[in-house]
Ligand binder design. Structure first.
Ligand code: GLU
Length: 492
């Protein structure tokens, strides 16, 4: 069988962890079986439609490096892939249901429906349509419609019996027909379909073989199966994915932290970490392996390794994956990843000059191990791209040491690093420099840390910095000298 799966977001909000997990599972499932992954935009809810949400879909999947075989921009045999461009098809198929007796026109006004809701609420009854128009003789209904009376098309839910379907993970899910929303609207009076009609018609005509989606859609399952039957079509296989929860056992939401991909991206996460971690939310390869590249998942993903239990989203775990993938970056790749963040922090120009890029390339290896997020870099590298933040003289002082003594140490360090004759700091190896500073500390009868500490503050403006020698090399001879001189001046 040619596997065809789809991710079908509604462009009403930002792409979040749950949606992306659904998309990734569909994508990897298709890839692992040589199938087709389709992106379909379910944009029939015109009131909630947000063009930024559509852009966010493109940006998110572009950033993750997940492409679709058929869909917007790429096209395909079964397009268009925007539901708003397929309304004629839905209208035709809603009509077919009316003709075959599975659907009917409903002329109830919004006012009547509102009154119905109120009286049901007042009597403490369940809410739902009272099927008032179900019994209008078809010819009469057609005549009223042709006269231009506003109407919707509703599906006739059987009044008895039950409807079920088999879910790959959960097994058989069966519901009494009397428990299904009485006669849901399929086509609205403005000619737009509701989610149920458009979703079923598209899955059929796009020849979708497997529906993998969030568990919150399970209640729609029996209704969709009734629709397939009414059309005389075969439903696809269903696989509803386990929920993604926060650590408190509640559905993952903003309360727990970032959930939209745009926030993770801005927060300095790398896409590989997101793909790897999100793919483990409800799926595992075996008990031990954790690290999976996109290429691994394209090969190894399979439905039989899905978990039934809800997955818990652990921010610390994702952070750990982020560190893993940052450490895997080459200098060049890390430089490119960091550029936008340094640009946003105002440390490099837009675009960055080649000198700035060169500096960042040099900085990449000295901060790589320390980055938890790409956003950490701006704080660590300020001193490389501009003068250190102003600091007070007391910052320079080692413990139990006064200004005079510290100034002496810095002057001695300056002479050691930039002697009148012979090799200076920049000509020597790190070992030679270290030996030199050690000998200096001995001569001054102090600890090595009391020499390097003030020097670090002088050069970087802070007591915490990337490794000192490498930092000095990045800052360069001229600026290092000037910064040491400025520090000494602060002390005397
Ligand atoms: N448009 C629906 C959503 O936004 C699609 C649900 C489905 O996959 O059937 O989640």
């Amino acid at each position: 069988m040619d596997v065809r799966v789809r991710y079908a977001p509604s462009p009403t909000g930002l792409q979040h962890i749950g949606g992306v997990r659904t998309a990734l599972f569909n994508y990897f499932f298709a890839r692992s079986l040589g199938g087709t992954f389709i992106l379909r935009i379910e944009d029939t809810d015109r009131e909630r439609y947000d063009p930024r949400a559509l852009q966010d879909i493109y940006d998110t999947f572009g950033w993750l490096g997940i492409g679709w075989d058929e869909g917007p921009r790429t096209g395909g045999r079964f397009g268009p892939y925007f539901q708003s461009e397929r309304t004629e098809l839905y209208r035709q198929y809603a009509e077919k249901l009316v003709e075959s007796g599975h659907g009917y026109y409903c002329f109830c006004t919004p006012q009547r429906l509102e009154k119905l809701r109120e009286s049901q609420a007042a009597r403490g009854e369940g809410q739902g349509y009272d099927r008032c128009c179900r019994n209008i003789p078809p010819e009469e209904a057609r005549a009223r419609k042709e006269r231009g009376e506003r109407c919707v098309v509703r599906l006739k839910i059987p009044l008895e019996g039950s409807t079920g379907f088999r879910d790959y993970l959960i097994g058989v899910i069966e519901r009494a027909n009397t428990d299904i929303n009485p006669d849901p609207v399929l086509l609205k009076s403005d000619g737009f379909p509701t989610y149920h009609l458009a979703n079923v018609v598209d899955d059929h005509f796009m020849e979708i073989t497997h529906i993998m989606r969030a568990q919150e859609w399970i209640p729609s399952g029996p209704l969709h199966v009734l629709l397939y039957r009414a059309f005389g079509w075969e439903p696809p296989e269903y696989c509803h994915l386990p929920m993604v929860m926060g650590e408190d056992g509640q559905k993952l939401s903003k309360r727990h932290g970032s959930t939209s991909l745009i926030e993770f991206r801005a927060g300095g996460y790398v896409p590989e970490a997101i793909i790897n971690y999100v793919s483990l939310l409800g799926w595992s390869y075996d008990d031990s392996r954790q690290i999976f590249s996109k290429a691994d998942l394209e090969r190894l993903f399979s439905l039989d390794k899905l978990n039934k239990a809800a997955a818990v989203f652990d921010y610390r775990k994702l952070e750990w994956f982020n560190g893993v993938y940052i450490r895997e970056r080459s200098d060049e790749a890390l430089k490119n990843d960091l550029l936008p963040f340094l640009r946003d922090a105002g440390l490099v120009g837009n675009p960055a000059s080649s000198r700035e890029e060169e500096l960042l390339l040099g900085a990449a290896p000295i901060i790589r191990e320390r980055l938890r997020f790409l956003t950490d870099a701006a704080d660590m590298l300020g001193f490389v791209f501009r003068e250190p933040q102003p600091y007070g003289a007391e910052e320079l002082l080692p413990k139990k040491m006064g200004a005079e003594e510290t100034a002496k140490i810095l002057s001695a360090a300056r002479s050691l690093m930039f002697p009148a004759e012979g090799k200076n700091f920049f000509d020597k190896t790190d070992e030679e420099n270290e030996a030199g500073f050690r000998a200096l500390a001995d001569r001054l009868e102090t600890k090595l840390g009391n020499v390097l500490g003030p020097l670090r503050v002088a050069v970087t403006g802070s007591r915490v910095s990337p490794p000192l020698f490498e930092s000095i090399r990045l800052v360069g001879e001229e600026k290092t000298l000037a910064r040491i001189d400025a520090a000494i001046k602060l002390l005397v």
